[in-house]
Design a protein around this ligand. Structure first.
Ligand code: ADP
Length: 632
């Protein structure tokens, strides 16, 4: 049978092309990627063998073998793992089943990846890294437990196509055979392979073996040398998480982190401990330095790799970590779980919930400690992951105060870029201030110029500046901190010691009534403002309504947002309002007055970051009024 020729999917071609032409440093990481795939394949076979003995096929030891053949110029990475059938090989090696592909291509095109080719692994296209060093890649693979004749050979020479055909293969698993490029032959040298394996794959659980040929004196004739070939294991295979801390160097911790996370930066923190008690387990957890590009994607993988008695059960055990700590990477091993656990079992397993609770506490304690002892490092962490952590205030009712303690915000009293905690804010609150004030819906510059903060500024009251789009939901959910209620500066009726308010209500009451009638289609009420100093009017949302930016966002997402209660607040101290009152007193039906009311409402929309209802009519009105003014 002749081999069927297939074209790669377009995105694969693009990646191959970039891989071959743009990357030039750290090419040796292809070995790590292929070994990592082999190790995953053995994990899968080993796990499957727990319930299906056919997978074991005679029970040879799980291993990964490197075969360097100088005659043919090929390097083979061989494993006796799960292998692939034809369909799987086409799917796994001819397409990229990854939602981040576009992002990845963008990244590949940027210079960043040229300097950090390790980024490749992060996107799950590790296999293709083989093309950095090989002209031709041949994969011979057979599914564990299937007939010897059901194997397939897949081959590609980076010309945009690959072939696949049936073959037979004695042992189960996969051989990845690289025909090395002329100037990449160093990867056939023993010392090079030894070095690369040691550096990147030392902790791989399965032996990575290679035939090593040594010359030694001939015992029969001292003058002569003989050569002897022996299989050597290149990696130390230490399950690093089971060792004691003292035995592990920082480098080892970091390399292991890079292995499990596919991150190229060292982690910010290592959390390594063993828990004793009713449920015993070892955990090696990492807090990364950099936010992965896909942390806000739906299909982001959450949770540590789970081992039970040295067998990897699943690579992401999401039942063991709350989603708001999804930046944490690592490994958990416990002997208190059955080897054949399913997701079903995990969800209702007592030991799993004990472990989750314990890990959650440990991570939050670590962050609290970091915040206290190393505020600068904590700030860096927060800049990357604060947005994720904050979700916990919403989702983890029990720990919401603990998580609230970890939040950082800029405020009107911090320097730009500096932050405060809620505890520090409360500490600074003057005795007569009862609420924690905050403003949402913009950046710092926006907040500082906001009419909503005029009175706060005048009275020197500190306001927290919240810049994440969902802050309002988080804070409304939290409700209070240390018994102090949160109060949004842009919502509800504020009364910051305005003692004249009752007076003003009387004085402007009729005008306000008229305005209310005039604007009845767009606002619920028109009232005297307790927050304005320089601006004439502003629009305010109801105490319990979504903030307007949020509401817009939800609407844009096609969600039904209940129409909140909109109130136009009027500043009685403003010159214009005074003038309008005079006009109102002399002529309640004045057309000018009506025009002004409409313009004021549109201005309030502008101040809120929105558009006037009818921008053309709005500009025409303004232009006409300006012209009239100029004539006077
Ligand atoms: P990733 O490993 O991140 O999924 P790769 O491009 O490295 O991405 O590999 C793609 C897929 O090819 C793997 O998910 C796996 O299904 C399959 N694969 C690669 N190498 C092997 C192997 N040695 N044994 C079995 N399957 C493999």
């Amino acid at each position: 049978m002749s081999a069927a020729k297939h074209a790669f999917k377009a995105e694969v071609n693009k990646i191959l092309d970039l891989m071959v032409h743009s990357l030039y440093s750290n090419k040796e990481i292809f070995i790590r990627e292929l070994i990592s795939n082999s190790s995953d394949a053995i994990d899968k076979a080993r796990y499957a063998s727990l319930t299906d003995s056919a997978v074991v096929e005679g029970g040879d030891e799980w291993q990964i073998e490197l075969i360097a053949d100088k005659d043919s110029g090929t390097l083979t990475v061989r494993d006796n793992g799960i292998g692939m059938n034809e369909e799987e090989a086409v799917e796994a090696l001819g397409t990229i089943a990854h939602s981040g592909t576009k992002e990845f291509i963008k990244l590949l095109e940027s210079r960043e990846v040229e300097n950090n080719p390790e980024l490749i692994g992060q996107f799950g296209v590790g296999f293709y890294s083989a093309f950095m060093v090989a002209d031709k890649v041949t994969v011979i693979t057979r599914k564990a437990g299937a007939d010897a004749d059901s194997a397939v050979v897949w081959e590609s020479e980076t010309d945009g196509t690959y072939t696949i055909e049936n073959t037979s293969k004695e042992g189960k698993g996969t051989d990845v055979i690289l025909t090395l490029k002329e100037d990449e032959k160093q990867f056939l040298e023993e010392y090079e392979l030894r070095k690369v394996v040691k550096q990147y794959s030392d902790f791989i659980e399965y032996p990575i073996v290679m035939d090593v040929t040594r010359s030694k004196p001939d015992p029969e004739d001292e003058e002569k040398t003989i050569t002897e070939t022996e299989q050597e294991t290149l990696n130390s295979r230490k399950a690093i998480w089971l060792k004691s801390k003292e035995e592990i160097s920082d480098e080892e911790y970091n390399e292991f982190y890079k292995h499990i996370s596919h991150d190229f930066t060292d982690p910010a923190r290592v959390i390594h401990y063993r828990a004793e008690g009713t449920t015993e387990f070892s955990a090696l957890l990492y807090i990364p330095k950099k936010r992965p590009y896909d942390i806000f994607y739906q299909d982001y993988k959450i949770g540590p790799t789970l081992y039970v008695r040295r067998v990897q059960i699943m690579d992401h055990c999401e039942e063991m970590l709350p989603t708001y700590l999804r930046f944490v990477k690592g490994v958990v091993e416990s002997a208190d779980l059955p080897l054949n656990v399913s997701r079903e079992i995990l969800q209702h397993n007592k030991a799993v919930s004990v472990i989750k609770k314990n890990i959650t506490k440990k991570v939050l304690d670590t962050l609290a400690h970091m915040k206290k002892e190393e505020p600068e490092a904590y700030k860096e962490f927060y800049a990357e992951f604060g947005r994720v952590l904050k979700e916990g205030v919403h989702h983890d009712f029990e720990r919401r105060e603990t998580i609230a303690d970890l939040l950082l915000f800029e405020s009107t009293k911090t320097k730009p870029g500096e932050t405060t905690t809620l505890a520090e804010y409360v500490e600074r609150m003057p005795e007569d201030q009862e609420e924690i004030y905050y403003i949402t819906g913009g950046d710092r510059a926006n907040a500082e110029a906001s009419p909503y903060l005029e009175v706060f500024k005048e009275k020197g009251i500190e306001v927290l500046i919240m810049t994440d789009d969902f802050d309002d939901i988080i804070i409304s959910g939290l409700g209070a901190y240390k018994d102090k209620q949160f109060q949004s500066a842009i919502k509800g009726d504020l009364d910051l010691g305005n003692t004249d308010k009752e007076e003003q209500k009387k004085e402007f009451g009729d005008l306000l009534e008229m305005m209310k009638e005039e604007l009845k289609d767009v606002v619920e009420d028109v009232r005297i403002s307790g927050r304005l100093k320089n601006s004439a009017v502003c629009l305010v949302a109801g105490e319990h309504d979504l903030d307007p930016k949020m509401a817009k966002m939800f609407e844009a997402m096609g969600q039904n947002v209940p129409q909140g209660q909109r109130v136009l607040e009027v500043n009685p101290g403003h010159n214009l309002i005074g003038k309008m009152k005079q006009v109102f007193a002399s002529d309640k039906e004045s057309p000018k007055l009506k025009e002004y009311i409409g313009l004021l409402y549109d201005q309030a929309l502008l101040l809120e970051g929105d558009k006037p209802r009818d921008p053309v009519a709005f500009s025409e009105s303004i232009a006409r009024l300006m012209a009239e003014q100029a004539e006077e």
